[in-house]
Design a protein around this ligand. Structure first.
Ligand SMILES: Nc1nc2c(ncn2[C@@H]2O[C@H](COP(=O)(O)OP(=O)(O)O)[C@@H](O)[C@H]2O)c(=O)[nH]1
Ligand SMILES: [Mg+2]
Length: 228
């Protein structure tokens, strides 16, 4: 029965999260956890909504610390997420950049620990660059994209980069389409929209991240057919 292939029961179904936990925080290279699984990293300017997005993806209100003090997260944090299909994915929270009062120490940290991680981590699979819909892509964001693709400096497998524009709910409904077009043009690629107020966007982002990481989304088993 050919038609069965398109039946709704074959639709991709996102595995559910069974557990999410903080596993490590690193302020220098020696504290990085062993590279054991698929890692999805998140980067962006301070206050772009990175902690909120990561908490939302993991279905946890406060696992990733959000703070009203921009630039206060000065470590790379690792969170392990388990799924109903048995898969295990590590989400990696990178310190925010572009902070106006960024100190010399913070700049040195970016050049050392963070660039070292982004350019050399063998298990790094996807880097999501978060930008605020209302600000668009800025110089720091473009620098990051350039650095990730800087062949002579890269010492790992190629990674996928995904641009995610946050806080869509803060853009007036009539302005959303033009805003999407504008950031897409700046990024020169498709940009994923995100808002912590829209669960469908979190599901869409998970599906895209899994696809890019090469983690198949299982389909529902086809129910057996009665013999004619
Ligand atoms: N309206 C709205 N506010 C958001 C959204 N995402 C984050 N925020 C708010 O933006 C501020 C900064 O968020 P946070 O996650 O701490 O940003 P981070 O510095 O990038 O980790 C907080 O006050 C959040 O509540 C969103 O999708 N919609
Ligand atoms: Mg944060």
């Amino acid at each position: 029965m050919r038609g069965v292939t398109n039946s709704p029961s074959k639709a991709p179904k996102l595995p559910r999260i069974t557990d999410a936990r903080f596993v490590a925080g690193a302020t220098d290279e020696s504290q990085l956890p062993p590279p054991t699984g698929v890692e999805l990293a998140f980067a962006g300017r301070s206050n772009v909504g990175k902690s909120s997005l990561m908490n939302h993806l993991m279905g946890r209100r406060n696992l990733v610390r959000t703070s009203s003090t921009p630039g206060c997260t000065r470590q790379i944090s690792f969170f392990e997420v388990s799924f109903t299909d048995g898969s295990l994915i590590t989400l990696v929270d990178l310190p925010g950049y572009g902070y106006a009062r960024r100190s010399k120490t913070e700049r040195a940290m970016w050049a050392g620990l963070i660039e070292g991680y982004l350019l050399g981590r063998p298990t790094l699979s996807v880097v999501s660059l978060l930008i605020d819909f209302r600000r668009g892509l800025e110089a720091d964001d473009l620098d990051l994209l350039k650095m990730l693709a800087d062949e002579p400096r890269v010492a790992r497998q190629p990674v996928q980069t995904l641009v995610v524009a946050t806080k869509l709910d803060k853009v007036a409904a009539a302005q959303r389409k033009p805003a999407m077009l504008k950031v897409g043009k700046e990024a020169g690629r498709k940009v994923m929209p995100f808002s912590i107020k829209d669960q469908a966007m979190a599901d869409g982002l998970w599906a895209e991240l899994r696809r890019r990481a090469g983690l198949l989304i299982p389909t529902e088993p086809t129910p057996p057919h009665p013999s004619p």
